[in-house]
Design a protein around this ligand. Structure first.
Ligand SMILES: NC(=O)C1=CN([C@@H]2O[C@H](COP(=O)(O)OP(=O)(O)OC[C@H]3O[C@@H](n4cnc5c(N)ncnc54)[C@H](OP(=O)(O)O)[C@@H]3O)[C@@H](O)[C@H]2O)C=CC1
Ligand SMILES: Nc1nc(=O)c2c([nH]1)NC[C@@H]1CN(c3ccc(C(=O)N[C@@H](CCC(=O)O)C(=O)O)cc3)C=[N+]21
Length: 301
């Protein structure tokens, strides 16, 4: 890669390392002040290999930051009632500050019901309708980790986002919609595109900021971009690699063609993914401070 192109890379991996270091410092202060470690409970139902990788990674990083990790691995046959009972137990557990139920859940479980059962004060994923509502009206609450990580990288790279044109591709409750809310709160002019959007390339062409959260490998092409645009690639897609039987990870953006046109871009892997986990740890620590009634120093995280 040329030096000019290398300087366009937004290094989510190293950004995440920095955030985790601040989390670790605040976690050790929390322990000194409260007399226990902050704790994150992660619930995984079933054997999806990708989910297992993320859950293992979350557990390791939680412990590395000086927090307690409680992992609950349940078989795919777990009933909705059993899952709701576990969530109720975690809600009541004083050692648990944050609860994450890994999605997707098996088809026989109503995801919305499970999310609704999590105490909004422990909902470090920010998926509970109470936290979605708080984000929508501008009240403090928990913001979903992936879009918050994207926003942190954007602000770090661009400074003020005031007045910029932002296009978010995707309108899911966990990425697209909260991303749009965050950008709106930063005074961007926000367009949310989705599968019914007409002439997506023309919509993307207007954008100073493009956030792609679609789940379609390499869909967004460099030719769609306004020269100099900042591109955040949320997509995590496993596709067949050149070597027989192997796979590789690609984003929702065609990285090679986008790199030539963009002003800045996140790679996959090493972009949004690592930030998502670091923000989860950050949210857990914020939850711990709030739930313990201790004030976290401003700008500590
Ligand atoms: N890095 C990370 O930490 C995370 C990464 N991801 C990744 O981000 C991606 C998106 O995830 P998620 O939001 O959960 O996905 P969803 O499947 O819930 O949402 C995808 C969105 O993309 C839209 N879409 C689908 N096809 C097109 C198209 N051809 N043109 C325009 N829009 C389209 C859909 O539109 P419609 O609503 O009309 O169907 C939908 O709104 C995935 O690759 C996922 O793996 C997700 C979470 C965390
Ligand atoms: N309740 C819930 N909360 C989530 O936040 C949640 C979820 N469910 N279900 C699945 C998605 C996906 N997700 C990722 C986290 C980290 C990486 C990550 O670290 N990716 C590495 C690569 C990892 C690899 O090689 O597979 C990277 O992009 O560099 C990716 C994806 C969180 N999600």
């Amino acid at each position: 890669m040329t030096e000019a192109n290398a300087s366009k890379l937004i290094d989510g991996k190293s950004f995440a390392e920095g955030l985790r270091a601040r989390v670790a410092t605040a976690a050790s202060r929390f322990k000194a002040a409260v007399g226990r470690k902050a704790g994150l409970a992660v619930v995984l139902v079933g054997e999806d290999p990708a989910s297992q990788v993320y859950v293992r990674s979350k557990g390791k990083q939680t412990v590395a930051c000086g927090m307690s990790s409680f992992e609950h691995k349940l078989p795919a046959s777990t009933s909705e009632a059993e899952l709701l009972a576990l969530v109720a137990k975690l809600n009541a557990d004083q050692a648990v500050d944050g609860i994450l139920v890994q999605l997707p859940l098996p088809d026989h479980v109503d995801e919305q019901k499970v999310i609704a059962a999590i105490s909004p004060d422990k909902d470090v994923d920010g998926f509970h309708v109470t936290n979605a509502g708080r984000l929508a009206v501008g009240q403090p609450g928990f913001v979903p980790c992936t879009p918050l990580g994207c926003l942190m990288m954007l602000k770090h790279r661009l400074g003020s986002l005031d007045g910029l044109d932002a296009v978010v591709i995707g309108r899911s409750n966990i990425v697209g919609k909260p991303m749009a809310q965050l950008l709106l709160a930063e005074s961007c002019t926000v367009t949310v595109a989705h599968s019914r959007t007409r002439d997506l390339p023309a919509v993307v062409r207007r954008a100073d900021i493009v956030v792609a959260a679609v789940g379609r490998p390499e869909m967004v092409k460099g030719e769609w971009l306004k020269p100099g645009a900042t591109v955040i690639d949320v997509g995590i897609n496993r596709v067949p690699a050149a070597e027989e039987g192997k796979t590789r990870l690609v984003g929702d953006v065609d990285f090679a063609s986008a790199l030539a046109v963009a002003g800045a871009i996140t790679p996959v892997p090493g972009g949004v993914g690592p930030m998502t986990i670091a923000v989860l740890l950050r949210n857990t620590l914020v939850a711990a401070y709030r739930n313990a009634g201790v004030v976290l120093e401003k700008d500590a995280l």
